[in-house]
Design a protein around this ligand. Structure first.
Ligand SMILES: [Zn+2]
Length: 399
């Protein structure tokens, strides 16, 4: 089945009627449906499927073994996300295997398609959870205790999904099998629009982190409480959001975003007792994201004190700069006939794996330049170019 046909098969799964786009989160109904779909497709393609101890799904062409060429991506989305971020890499991996089978290619090294669990952190907050667990980049105790917005822990959700969370954690056996990893992904910026190419390789990922800011004050009546008597945590929260933009604007190429804010109790006629918000901060260069967050924290703290509120800041995740393996990128570029190499501000499982095995990215043009939103897009012809390019790369690496 061609890659566009594979994408069409899952176009109805996890549509979000309220937000628009797709909400596909780890161990929810849409995720089950997508995982089942992937397993069926992989079996139809003649691959052997197994799910590892961390909920990542492997589909092997040939016997699992060391030095494997591994490709894949993720099936989950951000809340109200696009159709392509993640699934395009999975569908393209399956299509690339079919292209190679169709031309009678016999891999000289084991080849596998890998689907990572919870790449976006859309449900439990920590991005690249499947690859972090696999590589030991997150303490499994901490992972098991992560809670979603309804208070359900990852461990509870995993049990419900038929996984054993006690087995979560570093999986050196699986990691040792990966000779190299290539992830195809829809581009999440405008690099390919500007260079007029349907595909590109990835050169680097800028450092990024997520930080929870919890402001607490005094819940009270919106009408009966004089302004001078208030300890309203919404005020320092607002000041912090403005400071995030100001501080990021003062640092070259920095990004700071507050996309999620939760007041408690969240009533129109109630002064909030607390406000939680999440800062996504990204700046290239070790230590620079921390400096940006420090700057924002100082402003948030001053605003909290002025209102008689308290503030705690918790780092929920951080990934340092990633430079993708130059040798691997050179081999990819050779068979792709010379394509642009793009840096990105978006995180990927390939970025987590890059600390352990040669890893690379292959991007497919997104004519809107928009991602993590329903307007994310890729033209069918570009999608075909991506799958064909990935097939050439796999042939080169596994030949
Ligand atoms: Zn993605």
């Amino acid at each position: 089945m061609g890659v566009n046909q594979l994408m069409a098969e899952i176009a109805g799964v996890g549509k979000d009627a309220k937000r628009g786009g797709y909400s596909r989160h780890v161990y929810d109904y849409a995720d089950f449906e997508l995982r089942d779909w992937f397993i069926d497709q992989a079996l139809d393609t003649g691959l052997d499927v197994h799910t590892d101890r961390n909920g990542n799904i492997w589909a092997w062409w040939g016997s699992p073994g060391a030095g494997a060429v591994v490709t894949g991506s993720h099936l989950d989305s951000v809340p109200g996300g696009g159709a392509y971020d993640g699934p395009l890499g999975v569908a393209s991996a399956l299509a690339a295997v079919e292209i190679l089978q169709g031309k009678g290619f016999e891999p000289a090294r084991p080849l596998a398609v890998l689907v990572f669990a919870e790449e976006e952190g859309g449900r439990f907050g920590v991005p690249c959870l499947g690859s972090r667990l696999l590589t030991g980049a997150i303490d499994p105790d901490r992972a098991r205790a992560l809670r979603d917005a309804d208070g359900v822990t990852l461990a509870e959700a995993a049990v419900k999904a038929g996984h054993d969370p006690k087995r979560f954690g570093a999986d050196p056996e699986s990691l040792a099998r990966i000779g190299c990893f290539v992830e195809l992904h829809v581009e999440q910026g405008r690099g390919l629009i500007e260079t007029d190419s349907p595909i590109a390789t990835g050169s680097s990922i800028i450092a990024h982190g997520r930080y929870r800011f919890s402001f607490s004050g005094q819940g009270n009546h919106a009408g009966a409480t004089r302004l001078t008597d208030r300890h309203d945590p919404m005020l320092p929260a607002a000041a912090m959001i403005a400071a995030a933009r100001r501080s990021a604007a003062a640092m070259p190429d920095a990004r700071a975003t507050v996309g999620r804010l939760v007041p408690t109790p969240g009533g129109t006629n109630v002064i909030a007792s607390s406000v939680d918000l999440w800062l996504d901060a990204r700046v290239a260069g070790t230590g620079r994201t921390a400096a940006l967050v420090e700057d924002i924290t100082a402003a948030a703290l001053a605003a909290a004190e002025a209102e008689g509120c308290a503030l705690t800041v918790t780092e929920e995740s951080y990934s340092d700069d990633v430079v993708f393996d130059e040798t691997l990128r050179g081999r990819m570029d050779k068979v792709l006939g010379g394509v642009p190499a793009l840096p990105t501000g978006a995180g990927h499982d390939a970025g987590i794996l890059a600390a352990h095995v040669p890893s690379g990215m292959l991007y497919v043009r997104n004519p809107t330049g928009i991602s993590h939103a329903p307007d994310e897009f890729a033209e069918p012809a570009d999608i075909d170019s991506g799958a064909a390019g990935l097939a050439r790369v796999l042939e080169e690496l596994a030949g």
